[in-house]
Design a protein around this ligand. Structure first.
Ligand code: ATP
Ligand code: MG
Length: 416
């Protein structure tokens, strides 16, 4: 679990700001749910025999003896909240959320125990138009962040639950012929969750997995049609994708469309966004049958990717424009008023006021260290003449004395 330090937080704000704008542009409304839920909610939705529920959840008993869990993902909470507040009664919903998730995993680069996701969930729409919409929404985010050429869309269909059940038997029969190659995890999953074996990253199983029967070849007719229609919509929208018949996702509630956006720029933690359709989940949790589709993206991995690829614009780094420096204590009041006036008239200005006095030398040093591009000096002379001295801290440029009334215009030009 990480602290987010002042140097890093502007990068997060940059990313989060882009996301917030984008959601509004697509007509998605934010939902915020508690970070704890009943443990049973996750066991019933994500699935008992999944990595998350089996070994990654932070579960505890509260004072009433209820079993609660820190949320490991956002979809289950979203469904719970939407049902509880009647958001799914004869209406569609397009929702998004953002916040911390918790999984007790082995920490490594791009994999943490508290991490943060942005997610989108849409309810009441069968698709494939809405499937295409959520994918296009994510694609637009990549484009606007400069990431598009660094990510790949992988797509698959898991079919109906009947098709999956039938396929499961075919798959188990195949794996039983290759028991010697299956690792321990996979043998365990053979009876509990054989589809998940397809998702194994174990290189020693790669060849055997490549030869496994493909769920795509066993789809029910409706799911096949749905998938083909989605592919056609993406083709028409100019979105490139790779069909990956082994993409199954680690959560049980998915059916039909599943997708992941991956990158090769982050080593092995290469999935930056993952999602799909979960038409059965609302009913499974006690609601009316409600088609649904969504995705979640990992903010840590995306911020890391933006940093690695040097895609964070300077303006997003949160640096100061101006350091306002009273040269002695007599100028402190005037400096305070001046910087307040500048902030009022130039809302985009990032200005810091020197506080805490100090010797002349230490004041100048603080101005230098502030990282600001400009300093505004106010001393005895400036007070007497109604001026301020504008100093360029990071450019070879002559300092200038300006009438205080002319400052707003001057700064506006310099900032533009
Ligand atoms: P992985 O295969 O990498 O474990 P997952 O299938 O468990 O991913 P999801 O539950 O689909 O991941 O979560 C969606 C996204 O959230 C992931 O693609 C990833 O970007 C991010 N994510 C998941 N787990 C972590 C984690 N422990 N630390 C940081 N980011 C994570
Ligand atoms: Mg995982």
């Amino acid at each position: 679990m990480n602290d987010l330090l002042p140097e890093q937080s502007p990068l997060w704000q940059y990313f989060e700001g882009k996301v917030r704008d984008l959601m509004a542009r697509y007509g998605y409304a934010e939902i915020r749910t508690p970070i704890v839920e009943q443990t049973a909610l996750f066991a019933r939705s994500i699935g008992e025999v999944t990595d998350i529920v089996e070994k990654e959840m932070y579960t505890f008993e509260d004072r009433n003896g209820d079993s609660l869990a820190l949320r490991p993902e956002g979809t289950a909470s979203c469904v719970r909240a939407a049902m509880e507040h009647g958001l799914l009664h004869n209406q569609t919903q397009r929702l998004w959320y953002q916040g911390p998730m918790f999984r007790h995993e082995r920490p490594q680069k791009g994999r943490y125990r508290q991490f943060h996701q942005v997610g989108v969930e849409s309810f009441g729409l069968e698709g494939p138009d809405i499937d295409a919409e959520v994918i296009l929404l994510s694609a637009r985010l990549w484009r606007e962040l400069g990431l598009m050429e660094h990510v790949t869309l992988e797509l698959n269909s898991l079919g109906s639950s009947e098709a999956r059940t039938a396929y499961r038997d075919t798959l188990v029969a195949y794996f039983e012929q290759h028991l010697d190659v299956l690792d321990e995890d996979s043998r365990r999953r053979l009876t509990s969750n054989p589809l998940r074996i397809l998702d194994s990253k174990n290189p020693e199983m790669a060849e055997m997995l490549a030869g496994a029967p493909r769920l795509l070849d066993h789809l029910d007719a409706d799911s096949r049609e749905h998938f083909e229609a989605l592919c056609a919509l993406l083709d028409d929208a100019g979105i490139d994708y790779v069909i990956n018949p082994r993409l199954v996702r680690g959560l049980d509630y998915y059916g039909r469309t599943v997708f992941e956006w991956t990158t090769t720029a982050l080593g092995s933690q290469g999935t930056v966004c993952a999602g799909g359709r979960y038409d059965g989940l609302v009913e499974q949790l006690g609601g009316k049958p409600t088609p649904a589709v969504g995705f979640a993206m990992g903010i840590e991995r995306l911020v890391l990717l933006l940093e690695t690829l040097e895609l964070i614009p300077d303006a997003a780094r949160g640096e100061l424009d101006l350091y306002v420096l009273p040269m002695d204590d007599a100028a402190a009041g005037t400096a305070l008023q001046l910087v307040e006036r500048l902030r009022g008239e130039l809302p985009e200005l990032r200005a810091q006021l020197h506080c805490g006095g100090g010797s002349f030398k230490s004041r100048i040093k603080k101005a230098d260290r502030s990282g600001a591009r400009l300093a505004l000096l106010l001393g005895e002379d400036e007070l007497a003449h109604g001026t301020a001295t504008l100093k360029f801290l990071r450019e070879e440029r002559e300092q200038r004395s300006l009438a205080r009334d002319a400052l707003v215009d001057e700064l506006r030009q310099l900032l533009a």
